[in-house]
Every structure is written in C-alpha cells, then in structure tokens.
Design a protein around this ligand. Sequence first.
Ligand code: VGL
Ligand code: ZN
Length: 208
Amino acid sequence: MEALLAVDLQNDFCPPAGTLAVPEGDTIVPLINRLMQVFDHTILTQDWHPAHHLSFASSHPEKQPFQTIELPYGEQILWPDHCVQGSTGAAFRSDLEKDPAELILRKGFRREIDSYSAFYENDHVTPTGLTGYLRERGINRIYLAGLATDFCVHWSAVDGCKEGFEVLVIEDATRGIDTNGSLADAWEKMKAAGAQAVQSKTLLDRRR
Ligand code: VGL
Ligand code: ZN
C-alpha cells in the first residue's frame, strides 16, 4: 500500500512573504493538490518550532542565517526565524487542500533539536513515530513531494529508505533552497540511499 507524503507546504517556505522562502515553492501547491486525488492516503508534515528555536540564527548572537554551528548532535545550519508555532508563517498555504490528509505530522517542536526528517529528529535517534504509524497501517511505499527538496524532503527520503520503505521522490513536485550545493548533494544522497526520482505525469496518468 502506498501513501503521498507532502512535506512542509507552509507560508514561511513560500514566496513572496515567507521568511525562508524556497524559490518557486508556491508553484507546486496546485500540482500536489492534484496528486492527492490519485492517492488513497495522504500525509502532511508541518515544520513547527517554538520561538527561539536553536536552529534560528537569531538565537545565537554574532551569527547570521545560513552560517553553521556545532550542536551536540553535529553541524546545524542556522535559519532565519520560520514556522513558529501558531504563526501565520507556520500555517499551511491557504491554497493547499488539507481535507484529504489522514495525518498531519508536526516536527521540530523541541527547542534544542531541529527535525528535517519526518522520521527522526536531527540527532538521528529521536523518532517522530512515523515509522510505526506507516507500518501499522500497512503502508510500504511512500511518494514524497513538497519543500524543501534539499532538506526536509531529502532527510525524509533517506530515513524512509533506512526504515525499509520503498521511497519515490516526485521531482517536479518539489523545490529546493540550494545553499552551498545542497540540492545536488541531496539528489546524490537520496539516490545512494535507494530513493527513486519520478515525475508527476506518470502518477497522474495512472488509472485507478
Ligand atoms: C526546512 C530548513 C529548516 C524544510 C525546515 O522544510 O526543508 N528547511 N526547516
Ligand atoms: Zn525548520
């Protein structure tokens, strides 16, 4: 059984007003709405940080967005403040269809740990519970779409493979941030982990 996992389609990741806007991030929303119609199961993720989250550059005097720091779990890129719990920026895009979603998974809610992946926080050991949810529901294949290709989609794809799921990334239904070569690096790592790239057309053409 398969599910569509649509990642972080929130105002802060979209132009023109998002604080961490992914170029063209807004343009994939109508396509993802159509994709939901050809999947029996849709899951949405929502980046959901408390104010003063440790991944925010503003939490570290002297630091600028897109610089990095060392945290106990390793290197952390510092971001502009984004997706603060309850803010307009953290809300889903208003044009996103939310009704088909069977689960809305929030992540990044612990101040000290970022969480790009929908499966594990960035320490790679704190689970979100998604593996158990998918397994209990008999879902063994996941299709990823959403934002950003090089962070939350990338890390979710790699962890999904590690957890034993078949992972396909719908390439034209994602957009990347691309800081320091991160987009090319992400595709290399997703493919090395066993994830496959697919185009939305092949899915939209499927007979159901
Ligand atoms: C994301 C950076 C920080 C993402 C979330 O959704 O890809 N990227 N928080
Ligand atoms: Zn975030």
